[in-house]
Design a binder for this molecule. Structure first.
Ligand code: HEC
Length: 230
């Protein structure tokens, strides 16, 4: 009996400790989704929400792309990225560990910590079961009118551009991580030119899929209205 109690206690303690680090969060029920529904802002869709972050911040050439796969980590597709996470468990997910650790020797990306607005969707994706859900983006309301820097442009820049255009050593010597620097690129025409793939400009994001029309038009609308700090 004593033995049994000891084991029961040990299991109880293990259970408590192994749960403490995952936040209390009840993910939305996604079991009946067909993939053809309009996008729900509370649900994380891998190709739409996660792959662009990994592309920009981790999966570029020379790091965790399919060819280089530094340290055998390839973050260029869903099946490969799934090897670095345990669905539903942040604590056991290497991908989450390296982007949140306070140990600078272990932290990724090596150029500096990801901003909170990029860690957030990755955290939510893992807690929602690290699924490969899709939604119908064309059926989703795209509110282009009155798009603002803080409400639209900043988020688009962080998801698709920060990996290469932030911090102290940005590619092309272009930073897109503050209002002033984004405005400078808007003013000289290269911001719109590069994301709309206008001839004469480098196509951005570099080597990656073009942004969808909704995001391109949000940036355009903001520029057309004077690229204000709104
Ligand atoms: C994978 C890395 C990478 C990503 C992601 C990326 N860029 Fe670039 N970007 C580059 C490189 C490299 C250059 C320099 C190209 C050159 O000079 O040949 C560059 C140059 C630029 C330029 C100057 C282009 C020109 O023709 O004058 C702009 C503007 C730009 N990027 C905007 C963006 C925007 C906006 C995004 C996000 C939508 C983005 N970039 C995402 C790597 C990237």
């Amino acid at each position: 009996m004593k033995r049994f109690l000891f084991f029961a206690f040990a299991i109880y303690v293990t259970a408590i400790f192994s749960c403490t680090h995952d936040p209390i969060y009840s993910p939305p029920d996604t079991t009946d989704l067909t993939g053809n529904e309009p996008c729900d802002p509370d649900i994380i869709y891998y190709e739409k929400d996660i792959q662009p972050i990994l592309n920009s911040s981790c999966a570029y050439v020379g790091c965790h792309d399919a060819n280089t796969a530094e340290h055998n980590v390839d973050l260029s597709s869903y099946t490969k990225a799934l090897r670095e996470v345990e669905p539903g468990r942040l604590k056991n997910s290497e991908l989450y560990e390296v982007i949140t650790t306070s140990n600078p020797g272990k932290r990724m990306p090596p150029s500096g910590k990801l901003p909170a607005e990029l860690i957030g969707p990755i955290e939510k994706w893992i807690l929602q079961g690290a699924k490969n859900l899709t939604c119908d983006q064309s059926a989703t309301n795209c509110n282009i009118e009155g798009s603002t820097y803080s409400g639209a442009v900043k988020g688009i820049m962080s998801t698709y551009c920060y990996g290469c255009h932030s911090g102290s050593n940005p590619l092309g010597r272009i930073r897109l991580d503050s209002y002033e620097t984004v405005k400078a690129s808007a003013n000289n025409g290269s911001l719109y030119g590069s994301i709309a793939w206008v001839s004469g400009y480098q196509r951005m994001p570099d080597g990656l899929p073009k942004l969808d029309d909704c995001n391109i038009n949000k940036v355009k609308n903001w520029i057309d209205n004077g690229a204000q700090n709104n």
